[in-house]
Design a protein around this ligand. Structure first.
Ligand SMILES: Cc1cc2nc3c(=O)[nH]c(=O)nc-3n(C[C@H](O)[C@H](O)[C@H](O)COP(=O)(O)O)c2cc1C
Length: 331
């Protein structure tokens, strides 16, 4: 079992990182098939999307929540992110996911989705530091695996609530911070602030991993503390897992590869679909329907696929999708 260590460039929260790129939690996207697709391209550490602590307390074998926790334990470290504002529920949720084999438990203190904030969870915890500390203390006390916190800079622009809270959290057993360089009220507007990531790192003992707007080498560098630091990437990888190869090439001073050709794109989508078929615990129709959000991202980011978008999104089963992918390849 990993110990609660802090991190250096090559380790975060005691987890050795073969790659500095970490897959961010993205609800609706970072299920196990997508995590695996990114791992096949060299990622060491991936995050589940946020999981409701209260739902975890009432786990039944058929619940949708349990499906989010369905990953292949032999594939290396997986971080499970939980959200909630009740220290007791959060502690029992953390214990449940640790018992299920999570290598790291992350507490969501950055989500701005209204129904979550209204319940006092996610970014609302930035405004209620005493509750946030009680939550972190309860979670850290409940599990032997490292506990991290994913945060934003604060709630309202310039309020500095994030760093003030992080200063307190680092004395409560938390092992590292993942920092989305925006304030909650910004949502996803403006640009993620990389300077803030370095400021936090200079002000805190624990490692701070930058996150926000990484789409290429220079934007990754903007969010790094040093050239060796890991960074967390979310939207940039949706529909574009090839970003990992481009980032690796950039980091190693090699020529950055071109975006994928139509054949390469279709071959990767077929692999992704195969992973969905193999690992999805939903019905075939549900799995194909949720795969549409990925297809939409592939088409959005690769112009060569745009003429096929409508047909791709209209498919209702695996055979239809596979047949269409073969037809696109032959085209
Ligand atoms: C559709 C969507 C879902 C997200 N879901 C989560 C989530 O479950 N937990 C979380 O901490 N952040 C979530 N985020 C935020 C991302 O993890 C990340 O912090 C943010 O998108 C900025 O990074 P990026 O520019 O690399 O995407 C989500 C973002 C988006 C766009």
């Amino acid at each position: 079992m990993p110990t609660k260590l802090a991190g250096d460039g090559k380790r975060i929260a005691g987890i050795a990182l073969a790659s500095p790129w970490i897959l961010a939690p993205i609800a609706g996207y970072t299920d196990w098939p997508f995590q695996l697709l990114c791992r096949q391209r060299g990622l060491t550490l991936t995050f589940t999307p946020m999981i409701c602590a209260q739902a975890l307390a009432f786990l039944s074998s058929r619940s949708a929540t349990l499906k989010l926790l369905d990953w292949d334990r032999s594939c290396g470290p997986v971080a499970v992110q939980i959200f909630g504002s009740d220290p007791q529920y959060m502690a029992s949720a953390a214990k449940a996911v640790a018992d299920l084999g999570a290598d790291l438990i992350d507490i969501n203190m950055g989500c701005t989705v209204p129904k979550i904030v209204k319940k006092g969870a996610g970014a609302a915890l930035l405004k209620h530091p005493d509750i946030a500390c009680r939550v972190a203390e309860a979670v850290c006390g409940a599990v032997g695996v490292p506990v991290t916190v994913k945060m934003r800079l604060g709630y309202r622009c310039g309020d500095g609530l994030g760093l003030a809270l992080a200063r307190r959290l680092q004395d409560l057993g938390v092992a590292a911070f993942f920092l989305h360089g925006r304030y909650a009220e910004q949502g996803f507007s403006g640009r993620a602030d990389g300077e803030a990531v370095r400021l936090w790192q200079n002000s805190l003992r624990l490692p701070v991993v930058g996150n926000g707007d990484i789409v290429d080498g220079p934007s990754a560098q903007r969010m790094q503390v040093t050239s060796e630091s890991p960074v967390m990437i979310g939207r940039g990888l949706l529909g574009d897992p090839w970003l990992l190869e481009r980032l690796d090439a950039w980091k190693n001073g090699r020529e950055v590869p071109n975006p994928p050709s139509m054949e390469q794109a279709v071959a990767t989508i077929a692999v992704h679909l195969h992973l969905v078929q193999r690992y999805s615990k939903h019905t075939e129709l549900q799995s194909v329907q949720s795969f549409r959000s990925h297809l939409s991202q592939y088409c959005r980011k690769h112009r060569c696929l745009q003429p096929w978008r409508q047909q791709l999104l209209a498919q209702r089963d695996y055979a239809g999708l596979e047949g269409l992918l073969r037809a696109i390849e032959r085209h």
